[in-house]
Design a protein around this ligand. Structure first.
Ligand SMILES: Cc1ncc(COP(=O)(O)O)c(C=O)c1O
Length: 378
């Protein structure tokens, strides 16, 4: 009998897999840099600095007492019903999952076969291309312009030959919106259009949930990770044509939405006034920080409708600045791609977080200027 050989048995699509680059746990990075994990200002994951809402905290505390020994409801009845009344769309058009990342997986699981084309507009969220690679799909890139706007005609052309188009609105990491009329025109090309609204609560955009629920081939993805501060619990959802939702409900893992995630999400919906108020505080802080960064004259933030700012750096490499900030206990995101080598992405935290960041940036600038003066490499 021949022995099982993991290398030759591997699916061909996975043989040259590049993988997704997730953010590292802060304790790991802190240990590497010899800094105290408790003092870190974590602005690298687009998380909500205020954490779960009061009712969500109470629900989690109550669950710790009783309830975690039962399997969750595979039909997600309570959460889908609560979301339906929150969004004013039928529950039959909603599917929840372990983060909106799971909904992205379901799109691939249901519709994408090896060789199918999947359209993305980089720079953008890396999960779509990662999933495309896993499924052996061809990633068609329609790059954004210098000001990060979308190339509408190229996108429409690419969509005509594609199975799925993935565009976040607001986009991660550039912060801008997908124009509504473009989303609707893309939905007429024959492709399924996934509009990832993970950050919509920090924007002025109107959701495409209603169009999706009424049968337009759009999946609007939403998450409790950002607005509701539940990133660690993994709970997201999508609003989509009911026929798509039926398929997702059939193929998903039955117990994907764990009981803690479901309870915390339900409680968050009851606390939405508080969460909306926090989102307002975050967008206010975003504008204050953008102004302060612009005033430094070496960081140029792009206009953002999300809870982060993508900043172009004058005379500095993103990797260098990320490292120098890390040494000072301030974590920001750097993307190792040619178009973003001179950028960093800063998540919006509290006012105190921004102040720590700004002070650290002053020190970093002085260090870079000193190195330049002494001829040391920047
Ligand atoms: C555009 C976008 N979509 C989805 C996600 C993932 O959301 P979730 O935590 O619900 O999986 C992120 C996370 O950073 C994101 O930036």
């Amino acid at each position: 009998m021949p022995r099982f050989d993991p290398a030759s048995a591997l699916r061909p699509a996975l043989r040259s897999l590049e993988g997704y680059t997730p953010i590292e746990p802060p304790e790991e990075v802190a240990a590497r840099y010899g800094i105290d994990a408790a003092s870190i200002v974590k602005l690298d994951g687009n998380e909500n600095p205020y954490g779960p809402s009061p009712r969500a905290r109470a629900a989690l505390a109550a669950l710790a007492e009783d309830g975690a020994h039962r399997y969750p409801d595979p039909d997600q009845r309570r959460l889908r019903a609560a979301l339906a009344s929150h969004l004013e769309v039928p529950a039959e058009s909603i599917v929840a999952g372990a983060g909106s990342d799971e909904l992205i997986d379901l799109v691939f699981g249901a519709y994408v076969e090896p060789g199918d084309r999947v359209v993305v507009a980089p720079p953008t969220f890396g999960m779509y291309a990662f999933d495309a690679e896993l499924h052996g799909a061809a990633v068609i890139e329609v790059p954004r312009a210098e000001d990060w706007s979308l190339d509408e005609n190229a996108l429409l052309d690419a969509a005509r030959d594609a199975k799925v188009v993935f565009i976040p609105s607001p986009n991660n990491p550039t912060g801008g919106l997908l124009p509504r009329d473009l989303a609707l025109r893309l939905a007429e090309t024959g492709a399924l259009v996934v509009v990832d609204e993970a950050y919509i609560e920090f924007s002025h955009a109107e959701s495409l949930a209603r169009e999706a629920a009424s049968g337009t081939p759009i999946v609007a993805l939403r998450t409790f990770s950002k607005w509701a501060g539940l990133a660690g619990l993994r709970v997201g959802y999508g609003i989509m044509p009911p026929a798509v939702a039926r398929t997702f409900m059939q193929i998903k893992q039955p117990y994907d939405l764990n009981v803690a995630a479901e309870l915390a999400a339900l409680a968050s919906l009851e606390d939405r006034a508080e969460l909306d108020e926090r989102a307002c505080r975050i967008t206010g802080e975003r504008e204050r920080l953008a102004e302060a960064l612009r005033a430094t004259e070496w960081l140029a933030p792009s206009p953002s409708e999300a809870n982060f700012l993508l900043c172009r750096l004058r005379d500095a490499e993103g990797a260098t600045v990320r490292e120098a900030l890390r040494r000072r206990g301030v974590f920001v995101r750097y993307f190792d791609t040619p178009r973003l080598h001179d950028h960093i992405r800063i998540s919006i935290g509290t006012t105190a977080d921004s102040d720590r960041l700004l002070a650290a940036l002053d020190e970093v600038r002085a260090e870079l200027d000193h190195r330049a003066g002494t001829g040391a490499p920047a």
